[in-house]
Design a protein around this ligand. Structure first.
Ligand code: NAD
Length: 420
């Protein structure tokens, strides 16, 4: 396809490489592979916007609907200057495998607008969001495709999308997730990805003889998911000894208080302004080389690669970010005996609580936070058991096992439905 608009290495090709490896082990036919790799539908929309300043700008929006064999498609909307079709396509396919690995009744999708939200006034952002929702209106729906927030979007953006869609279809809170609580959002959504990651770590720890009480942790990217993961790990007795953001790394062998770090981050824009005795400040790329029990990549894709994997010094990597580890790095980490909890499983807490939100919307019910947390724990623990048994059955690492579990589920649904 010639519609790639950046020169980045193809993330879609990388995801498909992981797919092929699992498909080989499953003995999937070429016909079915082609069907499962090919997105169901790709939308590219033109979004002209008369700015508040009077200037006319035209933005490009995308929605890739990857697969709907197991249910309506689900995935975030990102507003980012580098959002492009290849990346959105890759993330849409990751959503198919992610929803399948934790056994949610969904397929996968992803969307975005190539824009810098920081560059838009509140009114321009609202009008751009509404125009996008208007363009997508015939293709999304609570039984068709359910967007949610992602990088650069938030609960307010979801509220505008829901409102715009509801103008055409009547009040439909279930068309998007990640909404404000007042409009049918779920308790526990903001912390869900970090909490889900914690449940994954909690489940694997005894299997690798890792005592969480006193275990040391390094978090790459102390943003939304990184800070929540840090809070839950600290509450279980872990010591957060190193954290980084785009501006640098800070280390403290005594351990950081994640709430304090979060205050510094939200108050000053970066954790690098954290100041107390015993803190060492390093370049952001030094984070992964810190000697710890658990490394949590929670920043961007591709941060652990062939050029730096040798420096990683931990027992467990729990992937909060999407595709943080490149395939060549996986081989090096395996040689070093490092266990990896793969992204499509480890960061699935967010989409799982989005699913709970959608269920509550369809049933017009509200769950309390305790119910959300206990259902999330059950989903993450059950999914881990599925991964472990596939890893044993095929004698593979957990990433390959996750793809095997996911592809087996999607392939089976696709076969049963026939060509749909
Ligand atoms: P965020 O923007 O809140 O946080 C990202 C953090 O990473 C920021 O602190 C930023 O300064 C830092 N960062 C950027 N580049 C860095 C670098 N090179 N080294 C170290 N730190 C760097 O984003 P988020 O919502 O926390 O998402 C983080 C990752 O988790 C993304 O890959 C996202 O796709 C993935 N993810 C998020 C969710 C969710 O629910 N938000 C769900 C699943 C996966």
């Amino acid at each position: 396809m010639s519609d790639k608009i950046t020169e980045k290495p193809s993330v879609f090709a990388m995801v498909n490489g992981l797919f092929e490896k699992a498909a080989d082990l499953l003995g999937l036919s070429e016909d079915l592979r082609t069907q499962l790799k090919t997105p169901y539908r790709e939308l590219m929309v033109r979004l002209p916007l008369r700015m508040e300043t009077g200037e006319l700008r035209t933005y490009q929006g995308y929605r890739v609907q990857h697969d709907n064999s197991r249910g309506p498609m689900k995935g975030g909307i990102r507003f980012h200057p580098q959002a492009d079709l290849d990346e959105v396509r890759a993330l849409a396919s990751l959503m198919t495998w992610k929803t399948a690995v934790v056994n949610l009744p969904y397929g996968g999708a992803k969307g975005g607008i190539q824009c810098d939200p920081a560059d838009l006034s509140a009114l321009d952002l609202e009008r751009l969001t509404r125009r996008f929702a208007h363009r997508l209106e015939g293709f999304i729906g609570d039984h068709q495709d359910i967007p949610g927030p992602d990088m650069g979007t938030n609960a307010q953006v979801m509220a505008w999308m829901m409102d715009e869609y509801s103008k055409f279809h009547g009040f439909t809170p279930g068309v998007v997730t990640g909404k404000p609580l007042e409009l049918g959002g779920s308790e526990g959504r903001i912390s869900a990805t970090g909490r889900g990651l914690f449940f994954a770590v909690e489940r694997i720890a005894p299997e690798i003889n890792l005592d969480l009480d006193g275990a040391t942790v390094a978090i790459q990217g102390f943003g939304n998911v990184g800070s929540w993961a840090g809070r839950f790990l600290a509450a279980a007795g872990c010591r957060i000894v190193a954290v980084s953001d785009a501006d640098g790394t800070i280390c403290n062998p005594e351990g950081f208080d994640p709430d304090q770090l979060d205050q510094v981050r939200s108050g000053t824009g970066t954790i690098m302004n954290m100041d107390h005795a015993g803190i060492k400040k390093l370049h952001r790329d030094e984070l992964i080389a810190q000697e710890v029990d658990i490394l949590v990549p929670a920043a961007l894709g591709g941060t652990i690669h062939g050029g730096n994997a040798e420096r990683v010094c931990c027992r467990l990597i729990a992937e909060c970010a999407n595709h943080p580890t490149l395939p060549e790095a996986d081989l090096i980490l395996a040689d070093k005996g490092i266990t990896v909890l793969p992204d499509i499983y480890a960061n699935a807490g967010g989409v799982t609580v989005s699913y709970f939100e959608w269920v509550q919307n369809l049933q017009q019910m509200r769950w309390d936070k305790e119910r959300v947390d206990s259902e999330l724990r059950q989903v993450m623990h059950t999914a881990f058991d599925d991964l472990r048994s596939a890893a044993g059955e095929f004698a593979v690492d957990l990433r390959t096992a996750a793809y095997i579990v996911a592809i087996r589920r999607v392939a089976s649904a696709a076969r049963l439905r026939g060509m749909h």
